[in-house]
Design a protein around this ligand. Structure first.
Ligand code: FAD
Length: 295
C-alpha cells in the first residue's frame, strides 16, 4: 500500500497557454514534467493532489538557444540534452560538468532541469553551477512573466518563489568571458547518488589578482547557498595557494549542515572546505593559472 499512487484526475497539456490556464483554474494540483521526483513523492504520500497536470509534452519549453551574450534553456530540457549540448559545453561548461555527475544516463534522459529546480531539494545539483553563473529564471503565469535571480528562487526544502499559478519557463545564463569555472560533487559513491556536498566555483583573474570569485554549495543548508565569506576574502587578493586555502576555510561561515543518512554535519563541514579549495584550484587551472595543490 505504501507505494501505491493516490487517485487523481490526470490532464495532459501540449501548450504553455493550456497549462497556464489550467493551473489558474484548478485549486488542488501538481504539475509533472519528467516525474523522477514527483512520482515517488506521490507514492510516499508527500503530496495527495486532486489533479495532476502533465506538462512533459509542452514542446515549446524544450530548447537550448544561444543568443550570443546569454544562453536560454527551456524548463523542460532534459538533463542529458544539457550534458550533450555543444552550446552549453562551449559557453557554460560548468553546468554540463555538474549535470553529468547527476543520477544515471537513464534518469537524465527523463528528468528536466526545471523539475530539478522546482523540486527545491537542498541537494539539487543544477543549483551550484547556476548560482555561480548568476543565472536568472523566467516564471510565467496567465498574468505575464517575471524574472528572478536563481539565488532568490529557493525558500526552503520544497519551497520556492513560484506562486500557485506560475510555472518555471526558462533558465537564462549570461555568458561569462575570461572566467574559469568548475563543479565537484561528493557522494557516497561515484555515480547514481545524491550529494553529501557539491561545490561549484567561478573565478576571474587580472594582473595576478582575483577580480571576481563566486562559490556555491548544495546539501549543506536548507537551500543551496553562495559562500559570500569565501568570495569576499579572495576578491581583490593576490592569487596564491595560501590565499585559496585560507579563504576556503571560511566556507563554514556560510553553511548550516545537518547530519543525515548520507553524512554527519562535521564531515560535511570538513568536505565543504576541501571541495571549495579543490574547485577553486581547478577553476584557476581552466584559465591557465596553476598554483599547485595536491590532485
Ligand atoms: C534514481 C534517481 C537518482 C537521482 N539523482 C539525482 C542527483 O544525482 N542529483 C539531483 O539533483 N537529483 C537527482 N534525482 C532527482 C531528480 O531526478 C531530479 O531532481 C530531476 O531533475 C527532476 O526533474 P523531473 O522533470 O523528473 O521533475 P518532476 O518529478 O516532474 O517534478 C519535480 C517537482 O517540480 C515541479 N515542476 C516540474 N517542472 C516544473 C515547472 N516547469 N514549473 C513549475 N513546477 C515544476 C513538480 O510539480 C514537482 O513538484 C534523482 C532521482 C532519481 C529517481
Amino acid at each position: 500500500m505504501f507505494y501505491k499512487l493516490p487517485k487523481f484526475n490526470y490532464y495532459r497539456v501540449t501548450s504553455l497557454n493550456e497549462a497556464l490556464k489550467l493551473i489558474n483554474e484548478l485549486e488542488d494540483f501538481k504539475v509533472v514534467a519528467g516525474g523522477t521526483d514527483l512520482v515517488m513523492d506521490l507514492k510516499i504520500k508527500r503530496y495527495i493532489p486532486k489533479n495532476i497536470i502533465d506538462i512533459s509534452r509542452v514542446k515549446e519549453l524544450d530548447y537550448i538557444v544561444d543568443d550570443g551574450d546569454r544562453i536560454r534553456i527551456g524548463a523542460l530540457t532534459k538533463l542529458q540534452e544539457i550534458v550533450d549540448s555543444p552550446i552549453i559545453r562551449e559557453k557554460a561548461y560548468v553546468l554540463a560538468e555538474a549535470v553529468n555527475q547527476m543520477a544515471s544516463w537513464q534518469i537524465r534522459n527523463i528528468a528536466t532541469i526545471g523539475g530539478n529546480l522546482c523540486n527545491a531539494s537542498p541537494a539539487a545539483d543544477t543549483a551550484p553551477p547556476l548560482y555561480v553563473l548568476n543565472a536568472e529564471l523566467k516564471l510565467v503565469s496567465v498574468e505575464g512573466e517575471r524574472i528572478v535571480p536563481v539565488t532568490k528562487f529557493f525558500h526552503g526544502p520544497r519551497k520556492t518563489e513560484l506562486k500557485k499559478n506560475e510555472l518555471l519557463a526558462e533558465i537564462i545564463i549570461p555568458v561569462e568571458k575570461d572566467a574559469g569555472a568548475s563543479a565537484i560533487k561528493l557522494g557516497r559513491r561515484n555515480a547514481f547518488t545524491l550529494s553529501i556536498v557539491a561545490v561549484a566555483t567561478l573565478v576571474k583573474v587580472s594582473g595576478n589578482k582575483f577580480t571576481d570569485v563566486r562559490v556555491a554549495l548544495n546539501s549543506v543548508a536548507p537551500t543551496p547557498v553562495r559562500a559570500t565569506s569565501v568570495e569576499k576574502a579572495l576578491t581583490g587578493r593576490e592569487v596564491s595557494l595560501k590565499a585559496v586555502e585560507e579563504a576556503s576555510k571560511l566556507v563554514v561561515n556560510d553553511i548550516k549542515p545537518i547530519s543525515d543518512v548520507r553524512a554527519s554535519a562535521d564531515y560535511r563541514r570538513e568536505m565543504s572546505i576541501v571541495l571549495t579549495r579543490d574547485s577553486l584550484l581547478k577553476s584557476l587551472e581552466r584559465i591557465g593559472v596553476r598554483i599547485g595543490g595536491e590532485e
